[in-house]
Design a protein around this ligand. Structure first.
Ligand code: ZN
Ligand code: ZN
Length: 137
């Protein structure tokens, strides 16, 4: 399984939060301020790994939807051409939603976190897990 890119990771966490690029562009505050239409284009470039993200910008983004900054930074390292990938351990991520043990999916009714049902799949994304089964487990 190829390691998720930082942009893909952000795109999956955004989608898991139920937000569109436009939603995020609406909510994020950048310093200096970027006009709304430019922000959406900027977010698209980030999700396509065309543009990088400064730590400050990543922190601003993580206040709009939850993702793990450590994992984001680790993924940048893993995809960096100057960094030998074998020196960094790839984080365990759900391939469907990008969640991890650092930021699990929370069941909206019970508030319980998801668990692993496969090497790279969490219970919240498992079609075999009927709604509510996570809480019952
Ligand atoms: Zn998942
Ligand atoms: Zn999950």
């Amino acid at each position: 399984m190829p390691i998720m890119t930082p942009g893909t990771y952000l795109a999956k966490r955004r989608a898991a939060a139920g937000l569109s690029i436009e939603d995020v562009a609406e909510r994020i505050s950048t310093e200096p301020p970027i006009p709304h239409h430019d922000r959406a284009a900027w977010l698209r470039r980030i999700e396509q790994d065309v543009d990088g993200l400064k730590i400050r910008e990543a922190a601003a983004l993580s206040s709009v939807f939850p993702f793990d900054l450590d994992i984001f930074v680790t993924l940048i390292g893993l995809h960096s051409p100057v960094m030998p990938a074998e020196t960094i351990e790839a984080p365990r991520l759900c391939q469907a939603c990008g969640c991890s043990e650092n930021d699990a999916c929370l069941d909206p009714t019970t508030g319980q976190g998801c668990r692993w049902v496969g090497p790279e799949q969490c219970s919240a994304c498992d079609p075999a897990t009927p709604a509510g089964a996570v809480a019952a487990a």
